[in-house]
Design a protein around this ligand. Structure first.
Ligand SMILES: Cc1ncc(C[n+]2csc(CCOP(=O)(O)OP(=O)(O)O)c2C)c(N)n1
Ligand code: SF4
Length: 295
């Protein structure tokens, strides 16, 4: 059965600013599908973004949304989640936003293992500002700041998140949106820091600088470049050169930050002889109380 996802959209904000052939809309649909399948209350979802083409997603969705400063989405999201752990907090970010100016927030949010889901649109470039290199631009590929090819190496964002302490990490592509939507669903359901790295074409900047042809050719390039985790296990290092491995790359159980923080407060109150705090009041209870309803 087709899902009606339009209830999650702010129709007055249409049309979208994304270029024809951009993959951002596919990822947005995958996210909305995940929220719908889980059956989350729209008013209990908070989506936070930084700055960049991908980060415009928060303007289009009818959740609680926050479009913050460049690279800082995770800092804002951390505050929201700690104040209201009942909320489902999803961060939408780009490769530049998350791993250049926001690099420290990214590794430390993963290290804390706070229960936030990050959907990271990786198009290997700064799309919004015209195509400068980002920390994921592959070595040798071109950008406005690398006319003769990027001399630098690039981050493997998923590996970075795993090394920093994330509890769930998966990587998908817009060429397989159903799978990507499942990964986002798993990430939201996982308690702890989840990263879904989503490969997506930017034909306007990355594709143009690298002479990748039409938007469909850009998709074909992604399709040829990726290989599933299971198949990758059977391939040699030589065969894997230049390939991007997709799949669930980490799924581990570990303590979550908001819960640890609550326990820390309890311990410190007990040590000072202060009474144990009552259970956190849920947002709906608080809202009902504010409206003068009896609880
Ligand atoms: C403090 C600050 N520095 C730089 C910028 C300019 N800026 C806006 S978007 C962007 C890069 C976005 O790239 P990415 O995160 O890869 O997102 P994309 O546009 O590709 O989706 C930059 C450098 C800014 N807005 N604020
Ligand atoms: S510049 Fe690239 S990332 Fe930005 S909307 Fe256009 S195609 Fe998408």
């Amino acid at each position: 059965m087709m899902m009606d996802l339009t209830k999650y959209l702010r129709k007055d904000k249409m049309p979208l600013i994304w270029c024809p052939g951009c993959g951002n809309g596919i990822i947005l649909k995958a996210m909305l599908g995940a929220v719908d399948r889980i059956g989350l209350d729209q008013n209990k979802v908070t989506m936070v973004s930084g700055i960049g083409c991908s980060s415009r997603a928060t303007g289009y969705v009818d959740f609680n949304t926050l479009h913050t400063t460049h690279g800082r989405a995770l800092a804002f999201a951390t505050g929201i989640k700690l104040a209201n752990p009942e909320l489902t907090v999803v961060v939408v970010t780009g490769d530049g936003d998350a791993t250049a100016i926001g690099g420290n927030h990214f590794i430390h949010a993963a290290r804390r293992n706070i229960d936030i889901t990050v959907v990271l649109y990786n198009n290997w470039i700064y799309g919004m500002t015209g195509g400068q290199c980002s920390p994921t631009t592959p070595h040798g590929m071109r950008a406005t700041t690398a006319k003769f090819g990027n001399p630098e190496g690039s981050f493997d964002i998923s590996k970075l998140a795993i090394a920093a302490g994330a509890s769930f990490v998966a990587r998908g592509t817009v060429t397989n949106p159903v799978q990507m939507s499942r990964y986002i669903e798993q990430g939201i359901l996982k308690k702890g820091f989840s990263l879904i790295e989503a490969f997506t074409p930017c034909p306007t900047s990355f594709g143009r600088h690298n002479k990748m042809g039409k938007p469909l050719d850009n998709l074909a390039w992604i399709k040829e470049s990726v290989v599933g985790r299971k198949k990758a296990e059977t391939m040699t290092e030589e065969e894997l050169k230049g390939k991007l491995i997709t799949g669930v790359l980490a799924d581990v159980e570990k303590p979550e930050y908001c819960e640890l923080y609550d326990r820390l407060i309890e311990r410190s109150r007990a040590e000072r002889g202060e009474p144990v705090l009552p259970e956190r009041e849920t947002i709906s209870a608080r809202a009902a109380r504010a409206e003068g309803e009896e609880l």
